[in-house]
Design a protein around this ligand. Structure first.
Ligand SMILES: Nc1ncnc2c1ncn2[C@@H]1O[C@H](COP(=O)(O)OP(=O)(O)OP(=O)(O)O)[C@@H](O)[C@H]1O
Ligand SMILES: [Mg+2]
Length: 345
């Protein structure tokens, strides 16, 4: 049986789209949308997670559904705190103040932003909070041998950010973060549907288009999706068909920005490590790495083998889990990427 104190430790991936909580000794016990719905007259939270997601873009005037994490950063501290508090009430999760938390954060956050993550978790009951950069957590979660003297390039394409880093000897050597991810792709689709079809659609519909008819490269089968929205000229409901060729064109500018960023990152990587990256390949994770053919586009443009890791949606949370289950082994590493509260270690 797992020792009692061991079960207190948790890993958290606090994502712009999804929050996952990993309970040491158990695995991922919470996998929820990072959304809060509240009554804006009383400020009372009505729903969090998937329940709140159903309300997004469909709320009456007195209810607001919002995402408290934007581009990987806490945008609404109080709502984020309430959301985590509700998630932590789930079965199995510790209520004790002895909880030690390893939380993943985007690279290149300011000290204020890092401190805000730590404060958030302390205020929801964590005793100690350790921060780990998302690409490094993803590497652990993907079982890459990042402890070796060789380099890996990891790209986490999430909803709010694309975070990329060259990792060697358990540490980040160079990194880059862009505010371009799945939500940005969805916005590009909303704009294009409005321009080309004179149709207003909401966020959930644009996400459906991306997931069901989106691709970065031509696929063997042609994809098409029927979507409904409001015709701008008549103001009436209308249904249209959208083809994969159209979505590909709408996403091409964003993909080019990602490719340019990967090239920039390689440019600032020390030459020996560039050689390692060439040999080891590039690894992609995050929900939007599931966009069909995105690996092929990167491979064609960069000239290096590109792989999508297994279970790309959960690798960051599983990485925080591996760290938290082996805190004694990794604590000394955490001190190199957590600038916070080192005196307590
Ligand atoms: N099959 C799919 N094809 C394309 N995109 C997908 C697919 N499945 C999920 N996504 C996208 O994945 C994103 C969510 O991924 P993920 O959970 O990695 O983001 P996040 O960690 O919450 O965000 P971030 O790390 O940027 O804060 C959403 O933008 C969603 O639309
Ligand atoms: Mg993420």
């Amino acid at each position: 049986m797992t020792p009692f104190h061991f079960k207190k430790n948790i890993g958290i991936d606090l994502g712009s789209d999804t929050t996952q909580i990993y309970l040491a000794g158990e695995g991922i016990v919470v996998n929820e949308s990072s959304i809060v719905a509240f009554n804006n007259q009383t400020n009372r939270v009505i729903a969090v997670g998937q329940e709140a997601k159903k309300m997004l873009s469909r709320t009456p005037a007195h209810i607001t559904a919002l995402r408290p994490i934007v581009n990987g950063v806490i945008a609404d501290f109080d709502m984020a705190k309430e959301m985590i508090r509700q998630f932590l009430k789930r079965d199995k999760l510790p209520r004790s103040l002895l909880t030690q938390v390893v939380v993943s954060v985007p690279t290149n956050l300011t000290e204020v932003e890092r401190k805000s993550v730590e404060d958030l978790l302390k205020e929801t009951g964590a005793n100690r909070v350790y921060l780990i950069e998302q690409p490094l957590a993803a590497a652990f979660g993907s079982h890459l041998e990042v402890n070796k003297p060789t380099a890996y390039l990891i790209i986490d394409i999430g909803a709010g950010t694309t975070d990329m880093a060259v990792i060697s000897l358990n540490g980040i050597v160079v990194s880059k973060r862009l505010k371009i991810g799945g939500s940005y792709f969805n916005q590009e689709i909303i704009k294009a549907v409005k321009d080309e079809f004179k149709l207003n659609i909401g966020g959930p519909t644009s996400e459906e288009i991306k997931i069901n008819a989106g691709s970065a490269m031509p696929q063997s089968e042609h994809l098409e999706i029927m979507v409904r929205g409001r015709d701008i000229s008549t103001g009436l409901p209308k249904e249209i068909a959208i083809k994969d060729t159209q979505v590909r064109l709408w996403l091409s500018r964003s993909l080019k920005l990602l490719v340019d960023a990967i090239k920039d990152l390689i440019e600032i990587t020390p030459p020996e490590l560039v050689g390692d990256v060439y040999k080891n390949g590039i690894y992609c994770c995050g929900g939007d790495s599931l966009l069909r053919g995105i690996d092929k586009v990167f491979q064609k443009e960069i000239g290096v083998t590109v792989r999508i890791v297994d279970e790309p949606l959960t690798c960051v949370a599983r990485g925080t889990g591996i760290i938290v289950e082996n805190l004694d082994q990794y604590r000394h590493l955490l001190s190199t990427f957590s600038h916070s509260k080192l005196a307590n270690l």
